[in-house]
Design a protein around this ligand. Structure first.
Ligand SMILES: [Zn+2]
Ligand SMILES: [Zn+2]
Ligand SMILES: [Zn+2]
Length: 252
């Protein structure tokens, strides 16, 4: 299994428009963060996790030429606003793209992007998506998939476990039942916004504490804000818990 970090930034993207702080003006590419998303390749399966605002740029940069399925964590704009760029894969592949998510979250997608599901006319081209609500574990293209319910403030959203790889973004609390489902995962991607606590996202300290309880071999942090400088933060973190960066490839 190969995972490519397509984006590791919070909703604003880093640099943030108009900001001249140390991180936003840094020349280190690891301090430049597109909106959080990842691409998973396993056997023949090509899976996009969230379709971020920056999907087009990410697909071009990392040569994403096929998408069999999208696994959506939640319907906030930074995770779903790239939905229109999925059209290109409909053109290329023919047929609908499977679009997995929690039932409530998919209802929200259907409402926000109603033109995709009830198009007044097909001439302009709209994303052709097959919405598939998920709740329990299932098999997809040879991968064992387990939805991981977590809380984003008070909003219930999903992470996903794919075999021994787990992906959680935008969480501020991981319920005990989900902790059980994470046991034995070798690699974990987990969100960490900044040093200072936040009402709807884990801080770095909270993410480290969660990672220590889950105990994967390696944890990569994503969804960072512009207060987080890559090199200094990583030096202060233990080697088994490190910030991810855009373009990073993880093999397992
Ligand atoms: Zn987000
Ligand atoms: Zn800044
Ligand atoms: Zn969110």
């Amino acid at each position: 299994m190969k995972i490519t970090i397509l984006g590791s930034g919070t909703s604003t993207g880093i640099p943030m428009i108009g900001c001249h702080c140390e991180v936003c003006s840094s020349s280190n590419p690891k301090n430049k963060r597109l909106r959080t998303s990842a691409f998973l390749e396993s056997g023949d399966a090509r899976i996009l996790i969230d379709c971020s605002t920056d999907l087009r740029q990410q697909a071009l940069a990392y040569h994403i030429e096929r998408i069999d399925a999208v696994f959506l964590t939640h319907s906030h704009a930074d995770h779903v606003a790239g939905i229109d760029d999925l059209r290109i894969y409909n053109f290329r592949q023919g047929g609908k793209i499977k679009f997995f998510g929690a039932p409530d979250i998919l209802n929200d997608v259907r409402r926000r992007f109603d033109y995709c599901f009830d198009p007044p006319q097909t001439g302009g081209g709209v994303p052709q998506l097959e919405l598939i609500p998920v709740q329990n574990s299932f098999e997809f293209m040879g991968i064992s998939v387990t939805p991981l319910p977590v809380l984003h403030g008070t909003l219930p959203i999903l992470g996903y476990r794919f075999n021994d790889f787990s992906y959680i973004t935008d969480a501020s609390k991981i319920p005990e039942e989900t902790m059980e489902k994470l046991r034995g995962a070798r690699v974990l991607i987990l969100n960490a916004l900044r040093k200072k606590p936040h009402s709807t996202h884990f801080s770095i300290d909270e993410a480290v504490e969660a990672a220590r309880r889950i105990q994967p071999e390696q944890t990569y942090l994503v969804h960072m804000a512009h207060q987080v400088e890559h090199e200094a933060t990583n030096r202060a973190l233990p080697p088994e818990i490190q910030l991810a960066y855009d373009g990073q490839v993880i093999n397992l």
